[in-house]
Write a protein that binds this ligand. Structure first.
Ligand SMILES: [Zn+2]
Length: 159
């Protein structure tokens, strides 16, 4: 599973050639910058590559775009998948979520606190959705102090 920083990758890995326009590339860079802004404010990490948004290749060779910003208290995450990335999902999907690390005795992964989903008709429309959802993540980060996300976790272990 390969991860490639946004600026080192090729938009045509994810988008059809006619959708891989300079406008799309610029909008992706803008969304990536938002995630880096959240990460900087958190004092944390901006995705695996540090670029905010990155290309991510599955074991079967398919590409999607993921991104994130996190510190030990909270994780902000986005994902843009072309049709066919997941088996039997033949539509474009864009997903954003805010999550905290599981605090159960047996770690179940992440606990999702808030999320949003979009199912755009085209690749170019996906980039607009990614723009909206990264703006939403940045707004929520500005509204909610990072240390208080855990207190919103309805799946939290009983203390
Ligand atoms: Zn858990």
């Amino acid at each position: 599973m390969e991860k490639v920083a946004l600026l080192d990758g090729e938009p045509t890995w994810v988008f059809p050639p006619e959708s891989a326009t300079p406008e799309v590339v610029a909008a992706l860079a803008f969304s990536g910058a938002r995630l880096r802004e959240i990460a900087k404010s958190l004092g944390g990490r901006a995705g695996w590559t540090g670029s905010g948004l990155e290309y991510w290749q599955s074991a079967s060779g398919k590409w999607k775009i993921t991104g994130g910003a996190e510190n030990p208290q909270v994780t902000f995450f986005v994902e843009l998948c072309p049709p066919g990335f997941y088996e039997c999902v033949e539509i474009w999907t864009v997903h954003a979520e805010i999550a905290v690390r599981c605090d159960h005795m047996v770690d179940c992964g992440m606990h999702r606190i808030e999320s949003r989903h979009a199912y755009p008709r085209t690749g170019a429309a996906c980039v607009d959705s990614l723009d909206e959802l990264t703006a939403w993540l940045l707004t929520r980060h500005q509204e909610v102090p990072p240390a208080t996300w855990r207190s919103r976790d309805r799946m939290a272990a009983e203390v």
